[in-house]
Design a protein around this ligand. Structure first.
Ligand SMILES: *Cc1c(COP(=O)(O)O)cnc(C)c1O
Length: 370
């Protein structure tokens, strides 16, 4: 039998028989969506698991991002990172907000707080940073700037499920709102799904209206809301996934440690470090291919693919290179030097709970002998 390709990730799925009783319940009570019992239970259980006060479930992370900006009435210009998945900036354009790209820190690849102030104008109303690869941003420095200039902070925390800061607190408690994605490729998946973490019941209630067409009761519509509701099917799956997520993360951790020990001495391969978080989720395993490696990143990428391993160049190209962004003044390469360098060097290696350590060894051996 020909060997199968190893992809950068493979979605985690619980045993199917464990899901059937949940489906039976849905079939029995015939509640499919609109904040049904599984939806309510998942909101509660996620608050407990994540250590946050309030959570509003969504159909996916992108609609949650768009809604988070609406919930805080963000307008004008928003400072964000070019080094992310395109949905981060798209959520701004969907709200007719102008993205202002600021460079990343070359070590963490998160938004560089030292460069934010220079990008603030009278039109700036918020900062939209990303906890890239699940490594917390410099949240204290970002909050200080936000307080000084009276800006909102919305974190795209799509990569940061379960992550805790050095002080043991959930990183999702930082800023005004945090947005999660439960897409198939993420650490915790509900096939498709997402959520907004918010600090108070009043904000959650506004978000809940916005994700349900702006309805406030049966006959009242108070905002131009969207349909962003999570279905009972996805919520039920989330409840089951939650029972398995600690085990899934601990398996990721072993893979992360294996890569680190096996790649530590490979010349020209730099494994991205964590940000000192007290609990990491090992969502990705990014390496940077330096000048002193035998071949360049793209040649390595092609060779790996030819060898049936499919890593991904997250994040290449930068968001600022896409046609709807590249004419923005802040999209110029000279403004985004560290981000451009990372985009040219990065390779995310396969990491997922069911990846065999032998495969990790094979990949590291391949990287060492090029
Ligand atoms: C996955 C992802 C999103 C989008 O989430 P979806 O649930 O796929 O809509 C947004 N931002 C980042 C950084 C992501 O990785």
């Amino acid at each position: 039998m020909p060997e199968k390709t190893t992809f950068v990730t493979q979605p985690y799925l619980p045993p199917l028989e464990e899901f059937l009783p949940y489906l039976q319940k849905i079939w029995d009570n015939k509640i499919l969506t609109n904040g049904g019992p599984f939806h309510q239970q998942l909101e509660r259980e996620l608050c407990d698991y994540l250590g946050v006060e309030h959570i509003a479930l969504f159909t996916n992370g992108t609609v949650a991002l768009v809604t988070a900006l609406q919930a805080l009435r963000v307008t004008g210009e928003v400072i964000t990172t070019p080094y992310s998945f395109v949905a981060t900036a798209h959520s701004l354009l969907w709200n007719s907000i102008k993205p202002v790209f600021v460079d990343v820190d070359p070590e963490s690849l998160n938004l560089d707080p030292g460069k934010i102030e220079a990008a603030i104008t009278p039109q700036t109303t918020a900062i939209l940073p990303v906890h890239c690869y699940g490594h917390p941003c410099d949240v204290d420095a970002i909050q200080k700037i936000a307080d000084t200039y009276n800006l909102k902070v919305i974190y795209d925390a799509a990569h940061a499920f379960g992550v805790r800061r050095k002080n043991g607190e959930s990183v999702l408690r930082c800023g005004d709102l945090s947005v999660l994605s439960f897409h198939a490729t993420k650490v915790f998946n509900t096939f498709e799904g997402g959520a907004i973490v918010c600090p108070d019941a009043k904000t959650k209630s506004r978000i809940d209206q916005l994700k349900n067409f702006g309805h406030a009761g049966e006959t009242n519509v108070v905002a131009t809301g969207i349909n962003g509701k999570m279905s009972e099917f996805n919520a039920a799956l989330g409840l089951l996934q939650l029972k398995h997520v600690d085990e899934a993360i601990s398996r990721r951790k072993k893979i992360d440690h294996a890569y680190r020990s096996l790649l530590g001495n490979v010349r020209g391969v730099h494994c991205l470090g964590d940000a000192g978080e007290s609990f990491a989720n090992y969502a990705y395993f990014p390496i940077l291919i330096g000048q002193d490696y035998s071949i360049n990143r793209d040649d390595l990428y092609d060779r790996m693919k030819a060898n049936k391993v499919h890593p991904r160049r997250y994040f290449y190209p930068l968001i600022s290179e896409f046609p709807m962004y590249r004419s923005l003044p802040s999209a110029q390469r000279s403004n985004l030097v560290a981000a451009a360098r990372a985009a040219a060097q990065v390779l995310c290696l396969p990491i997922y709970p069911d990846l065999a350590i032998e495969k990790v060894e094979e990949i590291c051996h391949f990287l060492a002998k090029q």
